[in-house]
Design a protein around this ligand. Structure first.
Ligand code: KIV
Ligand code: ZN
Length: 514
């Protein structure tokens, strides 16, 4: 007997991007979309086209590039103009889907939309009919369904199904539900809505009470066949259902769920790292499936058990999610062949030019460290793959500090025209001195709002990774990330990364110039 299929709808690029500080440019979104295709997701929600020219462009480019490898979806409100713009953005997509909807809870009807149930129903139906004239695949979301009156929800869903919706999304927008109640809500729909058997029921859970994954799984048990989720669980407020968690729960417990996804689970860790690198949102070490400690055993009793038989303390084989450890130890003496081989084992088939860049960075690092681990390589590849256009390139940074002593830094930047700029400054510490020197050269209004340092690799000679957030004069937040075995250099790189993003965002687009 073949197992039933549950579709995975990834909204990292839309709801995930709504995480504060996670905004991505089009190139970065494309890079994630390509990885989502490798991961095997069924649907990519690529953005909210009417919200900004950047979102429009991302949906357009992802739709064009993904071809028939996945459905590409654009979000809209139940507003005709939103739907027209989404249809335009999806015009070149092979498998376009418009995701439209309206609030259905009393709170949304009364306090946000200020309309009656009847008006909401009319608008929902009209939006679905309008969208169906433009594309064949229309998903309807009943916003805040988790807090809605079930009787009204049934009426709304029945009406939009009759109007032509192909997928019905039941979001727990505020993360209010708990598994039993959310399962009952989905079961209630299955039992009370005429026509529900002809559409796919989707669930979209938020994590405000830490139950997004549990609620999504309860929804699947009750008959939902599409899960909306994000990589690493990023998203508005406390985030969304984490893709890696639901997918692995379904895979590990066929006895409970009896459904399959089309996900190539071996791509999970790589996807998680890519999203974390690009958004600057770190994964907590104890995060299920993708955290650095997810497969680490510390207590002597556990180590003894695992060494005798892995399954004594591990329910998932790390290899199944792409987290397999490696026995190959790379050092400065390893040749190009060994490096390329290891990179390929990690899934990075790099064009020659890019490989050369990674090789050079690898040699520099290997000179400073005894061993270069897989995590180091991931960082090196991530650095060379990062696609921020550099308005200024950090050519060198030099600093002194001590006690007593005045922390002082000198920085050299190169402009896009090849001009070399040098300046120095002192500060309260070496990082402060470096940042002040950079600010003397790049005179752009910004304020450092967050600074964190973390060792991303193992050992005393670990690579330090610095993540920062700066707020521009007009209040926008830009994330910057830099890795180096010297954390002051990593700090300088992170600052330059954030300032370059800020500066790139200020360059007028061709459309704005016209
Ligand atoms: O949480 C939510 O309700 C949403 C909808 C727009 C689908 O993100
Ligand atoms: Zn949401």
């Amino acid at each position: 007997m073949s197992t039933e299929r549950v579709y995975i709808f990834d909204t990292t690029l839309r709801d995930g991007e709504q995480s504060p500080g996670a905004s991505m440019n089009t190139e970065e979104k494309l890079e994630i979309a390509r990885q989502l295709v490798r991961l095997g997701v069924d649907v990519i929600e690529a953005g909210f086209p009417v919200s900004s020219p950047g979102d429009f462009e991302s949906v357009r480019r992802i739709g064009t590039e993904v071809g028939d490898a996945a459905v590409v979806c654009g979000l809209t409100r139940a507003i005709f103009n939103d739907i027209d713009v989404a249809a335009d953005a999806l015009a070149t997509a092979k498998r376009p889907r418009i995701h439209t909807g309206i609030g259905v809870s009393d709170s949304h009807l009364r306090d946000k939309l200020r309309i009656s149930e009847e008006t909401a129903l009319e608008r929902g139906v009209a939006a679905v009919k309008y969208a169906r004239n433009l594309v064949g695949d229309v998903e309807f979301y009943a916003e805040d369904a988790g807090r809605a009156n079930p009787e009204f929800l049934y009426r709304m869903v029945e009406a939009v199904v009759a109007a032509g919706a192909t997928v019905i999304n039941i979001p727990d927008t505020t993360g209010y539900a708990y598994p039993e109640a959310f399962g009952d809500l989905i079961r209630g729909l299955m039992e009370n809505v005429t026509g529900i058997e002809d559409v796919i029921v989707s669930i979209h859970c938020h994590n405000d009470l830490g139950m997004a994954t549990a609620n999504a799984l309860a929804g699947v048990r009750a008959g939902a066949r599409q899960i909306e989720c994000t990589i690493n669980g990023i998203g508005e407020r406390a985030g969304n259902t984490a893709m890696e968690e639901v997918v692995m729960a379904l895979k590990q417990r066929p006895d409970v769920f009896g459904v399959d996804t089309g996900i190539n689970t071996r791509e999970i860790v790589r996807t998680s790292r890519l999203v974390s690198t690009i958004t600057g949102i770190r994964v907590q070490p104890n995060k299920a499936i993708v955290g650095a400690n997810a497969f680490a055993h510390s207590s002597g009793i556990h180590q003894d058990g695992v060494l005798k038989e892995r399954s004594t303390y591990e329910i998932i084989d790390p290899v199944d999610v792409g987290a397999g450890g490696s026995a190959i130890v790379l050092t400065a003496r390893s040749g190009r062949h060994a490096l390329r081989h290891r990179l390929e084992e990690l899934g990075y088939v790099l064009p020659d030019e890019e490989f050369e860049r990674v090789h050079t960075a690898f040699l520099e690092l290997a000179d400073k460290k005894k061993e270069v681990y897989d995590e180091d390589l991931e960082v090196l590849v991530g650095e060379t793959e990062r696609t921020v256009n550099e308005v200024y390139h950090l050519a060198q940074v030099h600093f002194t500090s001590g006690d007593p002593g005045i922390p002082t830094a000198t920085v050299e930047l190169v402009t896009q025209d090849g001009e070399h700029l040098i300046d120095s400054s002192h500060g309260t510490g070496p990082v402060d001195a470096v940042y002040k020197a950079i600010n003397r050269l790049i005179q752009v209004d910004n304020e450092l709002s967050e600074f964190s340092v973390q060792a991303v690799t193992r050992g005393i000679d670990a690579l330090g990774e610095v993540t920062i957030r700066v707020t521009s004069g007009d209040g926008r937040i830009f994330t910057g990330r830099g890795a180096h075995s010297d954390i002051i250099v990593a700090s300088a790189k992170a600052y330059m990364n954030a300032l370059n993003r800020l500066l790139v965002s200020q360059i007028p687009t061709v459309e704005e110039e016209l």
